[in-house]
Ligand binder design. Structure first.
Ligand code: PLP
Length: 480
């Protein structure tokens, strides 16, 4: 493909994408394919001779689309949102064109510097404490990770390194393996599975802290378990709090928890993967109070801030906690400005070496929506969740299972888990709307998350009519 053909095909692709997104609600949101469906539709070997573009595009509809779960359909209510907007898609195209691998400042100065400034912009939108802002001489700062899972893992590894160094400095008689064996990390029993995985990958003990009736961890609960572990000779070093849990969007009490972590020399990481974006609205910002006690904080603009995957924003208060933990310096990655104190080399902040120019997406979206546009997006989705909650509340056969604070509604039919499982089976089979379940206090619960940027009140009401129609059929014939 030469530049002339690229111009033509590029314009066609933009039309294809706009048509796809504009007409998405006409497609079934959930695919009707069996495992292995795709293998039978394409050859088992790559072609020897070049093929033409038209044939490939025909195959997009024939091979790919039947197997797509349409995350941007206004009838997609599963998991949490995957953000999407036209400015972000255009920025992604530009990112592909520049195609730099920005592991160090020298590897592409604009890639590094725009990232630092965008994370500062976002930190200010969130009113994060000044200690998280890089500015020109700050000790903190932000980085774009690929996912909240990576942010949690990085924070845990940095905390582990810091804890080992601290213990060695006060108890030089202890060996490093001895210390590692005694380190213990904590998180809520409601936290995302990625936190448990961070413990497994980091090779440290991870204990689950029980939650209160709102599915949140309080200070008392953490304190109790930390005291017991200290008495048993363990070394508490890390706590991962969640603001907006995956199951029910519960908020751990980080003001109380942060105080305890600071007193106990424990690193507090705050995982606000989904709900964190909402803190750009002053009415939701109080939920972030206590972040001043945290060592690191993360949210996914690729969930709720109109920036397409991947873009997970992470801030640390002391960048040297990260850099100091993971620094290796081969000659081929060095550059003349690295010791100037004026540049960031993001390779020290992450697991891979290579990194894309993801901050372009932030820059385009922040400028084209403005803070007000982003706030309007969050508020609209929360209002839609509230609307869905009222529909559920008005039907006495159903119950709401957790406070609706943001864009997630947890609900169920009053009755057995089996009944609710059967309702979800019917919903999934219908392919008209898509939801996933969770367990809350041992009960099988349906999660209805407002996801697509294009979801409107009419979609919510249609989804509810669909759920009540399937409920009617189910209750007539409960044995499925
Ligand atoms: N933390 C929370 C609270 C989440 O809800 C999720 C995913 O939904 C994650 C972490 C994992 O996010 P990621 O896919 O960015 O690793």
């Amino acid at each position: 493909m030469n530049a002339a053909e690229f111009r033509r095909r590029g314009k066609e692709m933009v039309d294809f994408v706009a048509d796809y997104l504009e007409n998405l609600e006409q497609r079934p949101v959930y695919p009707d394919v069996k495992p292995g469906y795709l293998q039978s539709l394409i050859p088992t070997e790559a072609p020897l001779e070049p093929e033409n573009y038209e044939e490939i595009m025909k195959d997009v509809e024939r091979v790919i689309m039947p197997g797509i779960t349409h995350w941007h359909s206004p009838y997609f209510y599963a998991y949490f949102p995957a953000a999407s907007s036209y400015p972000a898609m255009l920025a992604d195209l530009l990112c592909g064109a520049i195609g730099c691998i920005g592991f160090s400042w020298a590897a592409s100065p604009a890639c590094t510097e725009l990232e630092t400034v965008m994370l500062d912009w976002l930190a200010k939108m969130l009113q994060l404490p000044a200690s998280f802002i890089a500015g020109t001489h700050g000790q903190g700062g932000g980085v774009i990770q690929g996912s909240a899972s990576e942010a949690t893992l990085m924070s845990l590894l940095a905390a582990r390194c810091k804890a080992v160094r601290r213990i060695l400095s006060i108890k030089p008689e202890m060996s490093e393996p001895e210390i590692l064996n005694k380190l213990v990390a904590y998180t809520s029993e409601q936290s995302h599975s990625s936190v448990e995985r961070a413990g497994l990958i980091g090779g440290v003990m991870m204990k689950k802290v029980p939650t209160d009736s709102t599915y949140a961890v309080t200070g008392d609960m953490l304190k109790k378990i930390v005291e017991k572990d200290k008495e048993a000779g363990l070394i508490p070093f890390y706590f991962c709090a969640t603001l907006g849990t995956t199951a029910s969007c519960a908020f751990d009490h980080i003001s109380e928890l942060g105080l305890i972590c600071n007193e106990e020399n424990m690193w507090m990481h705050v995982d606000a993967a989904y709900a964190g974006s909402a803190f750009i609205c002053p009415e939701f910002r109080p939920l972030l109070n206590g972040v001043e006690f945290a060592d690191s904080f993360n949210l996914n603009p690729h969930k709720w801030l109109l920036i397409n995957f991947d873009c997970s924003a992470m801030w640390v208060k002391k960048r040297h906690d990260m850099i100091g933990a993971f620094k290796v310096e081969p000659l081929y990655l060095r550059h003349e400005n690295q010791e100037s104190g004026l540049v960031t080399d993001y390779r020290h902040w992450q697991i891979p070496l290579g990194r894309r120019f993801r901050s372009l997406k932030m820059w385009f979206v922040f400028r084209m929506y403005g803070l007000q546009g982003l706030q309007a997006h969050i508020r609209k989705q929360v209002a839609l969740a509230k609307e869905f909650e009222s529909l559920v509340q008005a039907d006495k056969r159903f119950e709401i299972c957790a406070d609706v604070i943001m864009g997630l509604v947890c609900f169920r039919l009053k009755g057995s888990n089996e009944l609710n499982q059967n309702l979800l089976k019917k919903i999934t089979k219908s392919r008209e709307i898509h939801l996933v379940p969770c367990h809350l206090s041992g009960r099988f619960v349906l999660r209805f998350a407002i996801c697509s940027r294009t979801t409107e009140s009419r979609h919510i009401r249609k989804a509810w009519r669909h759920i009540t129609q399937l409920t009617f059929e189910l209750l007539k014939n409960p044995i499925q």
